[in-house]
Design a protein around this ligand. Structure first.
Ligand SMILES: C[S@@+](CC[C@H](N)C(=O)[O-])C[C@H]1O[C@@H](n2cnc3c(N)ncnc32)[C@H](O)[C@@H]1O
Length: 256
């Protein structure tokens, strides 16, 4: 039976690779690298670098595949994501059938950790449900962008004994500060922090974490938000793409 490894590769620094992830890549005959067009070419480059640094197994092959683009016109957000996952499942199914022999192992190199705002596991389950190609799979964890953010700012994620919410820019307004005193915000294309008006809020922001372009800014949200907005826009214009994440927090350790 074919075997699939879903391998977390860390969030941008090739040194995020764990020994388990390196060993997993070396078990695979085929290494699948997703490409997302010119703007995000650097993400594929980092995966290629990981393969060239760590894969020592002779005769393994790299297979690059274009990730289908999510269509947003004339449909709800949920419909759009469901259609997109279906299109990616079809692409994965084809890769497994065409690129792997019956008893071979293929590895998907997944950004950060596969459990965090990533649908590779969901999509692989979808391919299994199609029942057109028999395979088993396992997951190898990786360092997430949340860990990279906390490390770069030298902060613990939670206040003592308090919870943390992980959310998206689209949903931030539902959470912080009324529901959660600590919120990690990912996938924020709208700079939702600009709409938080709380004099006590602090922000720890990071872009391109783990890469040579890494930028971090922190401080009282009211004091630094304009700087983050400007810095983000300039970096995006310079590099043609951006990935950023931030932690919003109010309150203090040992405070009820
Ligand atoms: C589709 S999610 C994937 C998350 C990934 N699975 C992880 O474990 O971090 C992409 C989001 O992760 C965050 N992200 C991932 N890598 C990042 C990095 N190197 N620097 C800043 N943010 C990053 C950004 O919020 C980005 O919008």
């Amino acid at each position: 039976m074919r075997n699939v490894l879903i391998v977390g590769i860390g969030a941008g620094n090739p040194e995020h690779m764990t020994v388990q992830a390196i060993n997993a890549l070396n078990k695979a005959s085929v290494l699948f690298i997703p490409t997302k067009g010119d703007a995000k070419a650097q993400l594929a480059d980092i995966r290629r670098e990981i393969v060239s640094r760590y894969v020592t197994r002779p005769h393994s092959r790299v297979v690059e595949f274009k990730v289908p683009v999510r269509q947003v016109a004339d449909r709800s957000y949920h419909r759009s994501v469901d259609d997109w996952h279906a299109a990616i499942a079809t692409a994965y199914e084809r890769l497994l059938v065409e690129e792997l022999d019956d008893n071979q192992t293929g590895a998907f190199l997944v950004w950060g950790d596969p459990m965090l705002y990533d649908s590779t596991i969901r999509i692989i389950e979808r391919v299994r449900a199609l029942a057109t190609v028999a395979f088993d799979y396992s997951v190898v964890p990786g360092i997430t962008s949340i860990q990279a953010l906390a490390a770069s700012h030298r902060i613990p994620l939670n206040l003592v004994g308090k919870p943390v919410e992980i959310t998206t820019g689209r949903r931030l307004a539902e959470s912080f500060p009324q529901k959660s005193e600590t919120a990690v915000v990912m996938l924020d294309g709208e700079q939702a922090f600009m709409k938080i008006d709380d004099p006590e809020a602090r922000i720890y922001w990071g872009a391109y974490l783990g890469t040579e372009q890494e930028i971090v800014i922190s401080g009282r949200l009211a004091d630094v938000k304009d700087d983050i907005l400007k810095t983000r826009a300039a970096a995006r214009a310079q590099h043609g793409w951006i990935m950023d994440i931030y932690l919003l927090q109010k309150g203090a350790d040992f405070e009820e």
